[in-house]
Write a protein that binds this ligand. Structure first.
Ligand code: MTE
Ligand code: MO
Length: 280
């Protein structure tokens, strides 16, 4: 096991204290969104083009949901300039400044492990998935308590294409390992590649999704292009970015922050405002 050396990454940096405090106030709002999502609601097909910020190619067509309709979305600039993505630098602004080096083409996702149809899939094919089962957008209170108008596809539907077996009790995700495209990996501050894990029922839950875009446009690098996980009821660090590998496993996988600071970051990481972080 790698020894954690203070002064490199402080686990407390995974979230800012100030932001954390704000998030506690917003937890209630988050719960409300969660409840709304769980109740479901008829999806309406969006014909109008969403007035996005115009920086990245637009994702069309969109199947729009009404989830979180009552919430004011956070400004695009805030969502894209205050990030954690250590492979692109260690300050909150660094990922936005360094995102250019993250080339997302070519890109493929390998699905393996306990499933009947393992295989690779090019990101283009992921983005082209039948409209019926693909892109929708909704706002949710996520990392940093922002209200994010994500574009994404349900994780469960994507995973079922690979026919997980009864032995698939967990799902493990890995970020790309490529120090040229993710130069932060040249420094051994984390045990690269970044990893995350979910229990299979969490992964199959209708709220869990793979994000491919923001504000109706292709996801910027700093937010985890071309594909990142979003689990609205969990803390930010579960949202693994720039995924290349998904594996069905029988045993519970270790996730990056649990390996480096197991007493501070557990496997489940469900939002619980009653439990304080052990140090801050
Ligand atoms: N590959 C990778 N994924 C990652 C991280 C990272 O450093 N590398 N940071 C995590 C943490 S701690 C948080 S809070 C969220 C932040 O997501 P955001 O920048 O889109 O808000 O990404 C998570 N996913
Ligand atoms: Mo975080």
């Amino acid at each position: 096991m790698r020894i954690y050396r203070p002064g490199q990454i402080r686990p407390s940096e995974i979230t800012d204290r100030e932001v954390w405090l704000k998030r506690r106030q917003l937890i209630k709002a988050g719960m409300a969104v969660g409840a709304g999502l769980m109740l479901g609601g008829a999806n309406s097909l969006a014909s109008a083009v969403y007035s996005g910020p115009g920086r990245n190619p637009r994702i069309v067509p969109l199947k729009e949901t009404d989830y979180g309709e009552d919430l004011e979305p956070t400004r695009y600039k805030s969502i894209t300039t205050y990030n954690n993505f250590y492979e692109l630098g260690y300050g909150k602004r660094a990922p936005a400044e360094n995102a250019d080096v993250l080339k997302t083409s070519p890109w493929s996702i390998e699905v393996s492990g306990e499933c009947a149809r393992p295989g690779g899939m090019d990101i283009e094919d992921v983005l082209k998935l039948d409209q019926e089962e693909r892109i929708y957008r909704f706002r949710c209170v996520e990392a940093w308590a922002m209200v994010v108008p994500w574009v994404g596809l349900p994780l469960g539907k994507f995973l079922r294409r690979f026919e997980p077996t009864s032995k698939a009790k967990y799902v493990e995700f890995k970020t790309l390992y490529d120090p040229e495209r993710l130069p932060g990996q040249a420094r051994k501050v984390l045990d690269w590649p970044y990893r995350e894990g979910l229990r299979i029922d969490e992964a199959m839950h209708p709220l869990a999704f793979l994000a491919t875009g923001l504000y109706g446009e292709v996801l910027p690098g700093q937010n985890g292009a071309p594909l990142r996980l979003v689990i609205p009821w969990k803390y930010g660090f579960k949202s693994i970015k720039s995924i290349v590998s998904i594996r069905f496993t029988e045993k519970q996988p270790r996730n990056t922050w649990n390996r480096i600071a197991g007493d501070e970051y557990g496997f489940y990481a469900n939002v619980n405002p009653k439990v304080s972080h052990p140090r801050w």
